[in-house]
Design a protein. Structure first.
Length: 334
């Protein structure tokens, strides 16, 4: 941790922002580790103008205001209207005078304070939105989780410099998907879900697969099989092999062939899906159903990953691809 970030963390009272009157923690709070890593990536300096997407408790807003100093400016946009006055009151009580919190759609950013030197997001858009790009200055830095494949829950955190739009870092991670209005069903991804089932009183079941996307009804039938007849076995990964590392390689090499799934309270995984079957890896299990074709595909991917030396997140880089909506981000090896 840099000295500046350490000083900011020491100066801002975490409990003041995140603890509710009943002693519970505000749900819209990120882990301290994630916050500190994002601060390091963002590199806020005195005098910087900073845009934050997702205020939450206001704790991270206060940290950025501390780093930007009295000559800096922090504007924060929060989609949940009830969190705005809560955060503003706590910021004022903490003596933070250079930060403003507004209610709005994070995709639109906040043009009132543009141009910004730094932009950070605590929610995951499917692209880096055009509005953000329009509202940052030359040599600015964007640090945000973003989708890296057209799959549900396929996220990574990237640091992007505005000069040429080239990312300077990429690492595993992600936050709740960005949405223009508040949502209450957090267990069901907002994008690229090809089949879903939402039982009463339990977490949703869902399936995401670009391979099945063009086959009417295929994803629904496969999700029904996963719900009714899953087979569970030990993970094929051996000691020392990390699913996160394999995931990075899969995102970089076979993003259009991948599938992701969430099966209620039981697991969420990454793997392969065909019209006849599916195979998903979790942290410690292999979940399959139907024909063995998908399991064979997944097995081949694992062997190829091993043959290439088991690349990890440190071996992938992000590529920015301009689109009508902003910048798409995809991963590549090297």
């Amino acid at each position: 941790m840099t000295a500046a970030v350490a000083d900011a963390v020491a100066a801002v009272d975490y409990d003041h922002f995140v603890i509710e009157p009943d002693g519970s923690t505000l749900p819209q709070s990120s882990s301290v580790t994630s916050i500190q890593q994002m601060l390091e990536d963002l590199d806020v300096r005195p005098g910087h103008r900073v845009l934050e997407i997702g205020t939450g408790s206001g704790y991270t807003t206060a940290l950025r205001a501390n780093l930007a100093g009295s000559d800096g400016l922090v504007r924060s946009v929060e989609v949940f209207a009830d969190l705005v006055p809560r955060a503003q009151v706590r910021l004022e009580a903490a003596g933070v005078t250079t930060a403003t919190v507004t209610n709005g759609d994070g995709y639109a950013g906040d043009p009132a304070g543009a141009p910004y030197d730094r932009l950070v997001a605590w929610a995951t858009p499917h692209v880096i939105p055009s509005a953000w790009i329009d509202q940052i200055g030359e040599d600015a830095v964007i640090v945000a989780p973003v989708k890296v494949a057209r799959l549900a829950r396929a996220h990574a955190i990237v640091a992007i410099t505005v000069t040429g739009g080239l990312p300077t870092a990429v690492r595993r991670g992600g936050y709740i998907e960005m949405h223009p209005e508040p949502v209450t069903l957090f267990g069901l991804p907002l994008r690229y879900v090809d089949a879903s089932h939402v039982p009463e009183g339990a977490e949703p079941w869902w399936l995401s697969s670009a391979v099945l996307r063009g086959v009417p009804g295929a994803a629904d039938l496969l999700l029904d099989r996963l719900r009714s007849a899953p087979h569970t076995s030990a993970t094929p990964l051996v000691t020392g092999e990390d699913l996160d590392d394999l995931t990075a390689w899969l995102y970089a090499t076979v993003p259009a062939e991948l599938a992701t799934a969430g099966l209620s309270d039981r697991f969420a995984g990454i793997g392969a899906a065909t019209e006849g079957g599916a195979a998903f890896l979790t942290d410690d299990e292999l979940i399959t159903t139907g024909s063995p074709d998908a399991a064979r595909v997944l097995s081949l991917w694992i062997e190829e990953w091993r043959n290439e030396g088991s690349p990890s997140w440190s071996d992938v880089t992000a590529v920015v691809v301009p689109s009508a909506e902003g910048w798409e981000v995809r991963l590549t090896l090297g």
